[in-house]
Write a protein that binds this ligand. Structure first.
Ligand code: HQG
Length: 180
């Protein structure tokens, strides 16, 4: 299990950020050839069956096979410019974003920006947002007024694995959630 966990993290790294590390390329829609990927995963050798297991067991459903199951891609989270054919969606009235306190001053000026990724990632509850933020340091959580953003014609996307994504969030739609 532990080994597959590490292989899964490496898979994220390859399929979202650095396919060249396995000597492979992604097509315009983010797809990698499964055989080439397996052959290129020299640091974490896994079998086709183990790859299937990682994809099926992934808690966040981060990966998807194409219909013929010859190609695989990450559903979201990329830093490289691929078009994973995100659908636009009508978000709930409020969503949350978890960050680190050390980014707060910058966020108050710039709002939320995708930084190294293609989109800003939003969470559907405060607890999840706090966990995401804690990956970067002492967490800070913001509530996003999605209803107001929709009235102002901002477009939200929902990834295949249910993550809300947006290009940016100006600070005027954000409110810090006081921890209790
Ligand atoms: C921050 C995981 C300064 C932003 C998680 C975040 C997530 C700013 C950091 C997913 C800023 C970027 C994504 C600004 C935003 N000034 N800092 N103007 N705007 N930031 O890792 O949201 O397990 O790229 O708040 O669950 O932390 O990998 O984004 O702290 O859903 O599938 O810049 O990754 O999912 O960090 O995480 P990241 P994230 P997986």
């Amino acid at each position: 299990i532990m080994d597959l966990n590490r292989a899964s993290r490496y898979l994220s790294y390859l399929l979202r950020h650095h396919p060249e590390a396995a000597g492979i390329t992604l097509d315009a829609h983010g797809w990698a050839d499964v055989d080439q990927l397996l052959a290129g995963m020299k640091k974490h050798r896994i079998t086709r069956a183990q790859l299937e297991e990682i994809v099926a067991a992934d808690q966040k459903q981060r990966y998807a096979f194409d219909e013929r199951r010859t190609k695989i891609r990450a559903n979201q989270g990329h830093s490289i410019a691929v078009d994973v054919e995100l659908r636009e969606g009508e978000p709930p009235a409020r969503l949350w974003h978890g960050s680190a306190k050390r980014f707060a001053a910058s966020i108050e000026v710039q709002g939320l920006l995708p930084q190294s990724r293609l989109y800003v990632h939003l969470s559907t509850d405060v607890q999840t947002a706090r966990k995401v933020g804690a990956r970067h340091g002492e967490p800070i959580v913001y509530e996003i007024d999605c209803a107001a953003m929709r009235r102002d014609a901002y477009v939200f996307y929902l990834s295949q694995n249910g993550v809300w994504l947006i290009k940016q969030v100006p600070y005027r739609y954000m409110k810090e959630v006081q921890e209790r």
